[in-house]
Design a protein around this ligand. Structure first.
Ligand code: HEC
Ligand code: HEC
Length: 206
């Protein structure tokens, strides 16, 4: 190959990849209209920054296939499913990589006085160690091998809603979804008091 041809090819490639990068940033900005930290409370969208890439990708594919977000009882899932259905396979791959590579942020929370009761937090710690830590990690950082996501980045409201969705079969009821089924089975061992306690414990910065 002559040097001129090499130069030409290199500049075409550079142009192409910079326009791809610009497209990705535009797409990510559209996600952040709901998922940015300052918008999460209003939109009920969870944090994506720092979440495991295979987990984010799996969820986007499930929103696309209707395995997640198609139940009439899942209004937040329906919103996200409509967005996911607009994405190409390449965008699912690129966006899950993009968000996963960002630094994770803990949600800023104001715990109510009753959520700071030592007895409640102690119960939450026991529930967490006994029923969650083996899969989600001792610091709730997640476990890639077990396909269990990080929980530290999630808000109280989102955590409680997802636990309820697993319990009622809105999530994790497809027979082909082994990680979802494992989590659904686990969620059904929790009482209402266990859920409140474990979520308060997750918010205290374990
Ligand atoms: C209109 C608001 C909105 C927009 C825009 C949006 N999302 Fe969402 N997204 C949500 C909501 C709400 C949920 C929570 C669904 C639930 O409760 O199950 C969610 C959930 C998710 C999840 C699941 C996360 C988890 O922890 O399980 C992923 C992944 C996701 N969104 C990715 C994206 C990407 C990528 C984009 C941009 C292409 C995007 N979202 C744009 C509202 C939005
Ligand atoms: C047997 C392993 C296992 C145990 C035990 C377990 N989980 Fe999970 N959990 C998972 C897996 C795997 C997923 C991902 C499911 C999916 O891909 O949809 C998950 C998902 C979740 C989600 C959804 C996160 C999101 O971003 O939407 C929450 C919330 C959660 N788990 C909380 C808990 C809590 C709280 C406990 C303890 C009471 C617990 N889990 C125990 C394996 C487990």
């Amino acid at each position: 190959m002559t040097w001129k041809l090499t130069l030409l090819l290199t500049s075409i490639l550079l142009l192409y990849s910079s326009s791809l990068a610009a497209e990705l940033t535009d797409k990510a900005a559209s996600c952040n209209a709901c998922h940015a930290a300052e918008n999460q409370q209003a939109t009920k969208a969870p944090a994506l920054a720092g979440q495991q890439q295979p987990y984010l990708k799996k969820q986007l594919l499930q929103f696309q296939s209707g395995e997640r977000g198609s139940s009439a009882e899942d209004s937040t899932g329906q919103v996200m499913a409509a967005v996911a259905k607009q994405l190409t396979a390449a965008e699912v791959e690129a966006l899950s990589r993009y968000f996963s590579a960002l630094a994770a942020d803990r949600p800023k929370v104001e715990l109510k006085a009753e959520q700071q009761e030592p007895a409640l937090l102690d119960k939450g710690r026991r529930v967490y160690i006994g029923s969650c830590g083996a899969c989600h990690g001792n610091k709730a950082q997640g476990n890639l091998e077990l396909k269990a996501p990080a929980l530290t980045i999630l808000s109280q409201d989102y955590l409680l809603l997802q636990l309820q969705h697993f319990q009622t079969g809105v999530r994790g009821s497809n027979s082909a979804d082994k990680p979802g089924r494992q989590m659904a089975m686990m969620s059904r061992t929790l009482s209402e008091a266990d859920k409140q306690a474990v979520v308060a414990y997750l918010m205290t910065g374990l």
